[in-house]
Write a protein that binds this ligand. Sequence first.
Ligand code: NAD
Length: 456
Amino acid sequence: MSENARDPVDPAPGEENLDPVFISQAQFHRAAGYISGLKRGLIDFFNTPKRAVIFRFPVEMDDGSVQTFEGYRVLHSRVLGPGKGGIRFHPGATLEETEALAALMTWKCALIDVPFGGAKGGVVCDTKSLSEGELRRITRRFATELAPVIGPFTDIPAPDLYTNGQTMAWIYDTYDMLHAGRNNRPVVTGKPVDLGGSLGRYEATGLGVAFAAERLLFSGLIPGLDSFNGARVVVQGFGQVGAVTAQALHAAGAVIVAVSDSKGGIFCEQGIDLQAAKDFKKAQGTVVGLPDTLTVTNDELLEISCDILIPAAAGDAIRGDNAARIDCRLVVEAANRPVTPAADDILAAKGIHVLPDILANAGGVTVSYFEWVQNHANEQWDLDVVNGKLKRKMQSATDTVLARYRNLLESAAGGEPSPDTVGEAPTGVKPDLRTAALVVAVERVSIAALERGIWP
Ligand code: NAD
């Protein structure tokens, strides 16, 4: 069933195409071009979601009025296992963005090697203007609508932008009411620890970013930058992912010279006091204004000269129109889709590597998988067990991507594209880390699809 999947839209003349479906498909096609023997029919299958559902539902608001909300759940692939992916509550959520993010989850799960397919969900709403009671009613009603399409063995949601452990607790409770008499804890991950959430889940994505980036530096890919020690780092976004990443890099010897949130950024040549920034943000709602720092805009922050730039906020932060001014040696995509395809090409031409999102921020889904395993076994693992397993997963995936990148570079130097390749031939374009990561992921999913056999 593909009720609402659609083709990408064209941009206005002269503008970069930022349509999420277009970007997702462009990245997929570039990788598919390197995979020999990938069947054309499978390319079509992976290009669009397996299932996309729109829900519309009414909710009674605190003032007695009734509002209709729209929500989505997209299952991109179930080849490697049940769908896995977050649910975001955001006024800008769209079906198209949800589709693109669901595909990203398929490749992320395959790359990090957890037995899940890709999924994503969203509800169009502005959490900042909703009371807790309204949020709870929206979540429970959405969960009721979702109940036929999610489940511990079919599709497993998690938190995403503006959803959290409380949201997952409400979804779990609603689902459990509708399916009493069995262990329903594995229906969602990112739950509060009291309800079966994993220790370490909150920090997992940020720590994973640090593990992957550290491994990349250690590999010697960037001459003269083989560890975090003394590295100057800029982090855009100081939330769950950005703040934990900044803290982990600082602990490993990096100097965090700038951080930001949606209201703006702060810069300090000698390094920002991260604890002070956290306390200030808690009290003031923003890092902007922290004593002994200079205020910068988010656009200026991205262009600060540094060794490592970490976009950890929203998508499309680094685009065709600002990529030329990026002045760093490595971009680490802690956020989802922060670097557009046009920016990828500009950064590559400048010799700047991009550690791609499907690898860099895969720590979150990895510990979500650990939570799911713990829930099925009715166990709670110690934090050092969780973090040790996370580190091994991130390092192993990073090693795999680096090996594949070097291998693609060597084949590209050979010049002869394989006659079996069926994607857009990657002529004239040097492979990058994103393409290498996607090649590994797409190959794993397509091999599994063929091993399972095409039904019937
Ligand atoms: P969050 O809401 O905790 O933090 C987001 C931060 O970015 C906040 O500080 C916010 O003020 C800031 N921000 C928002 N818009 C901004 C803008 N335009 N410019 C600068 N800063 C801005 O969210 P999070 O969980 O840290 O997620 C950040 C990114 O990481 C998102 O792209 C998310 O999809 C991705 N991600 C998160 C996880 C996870 O486990 N939380 C896992 C994988 C990917």
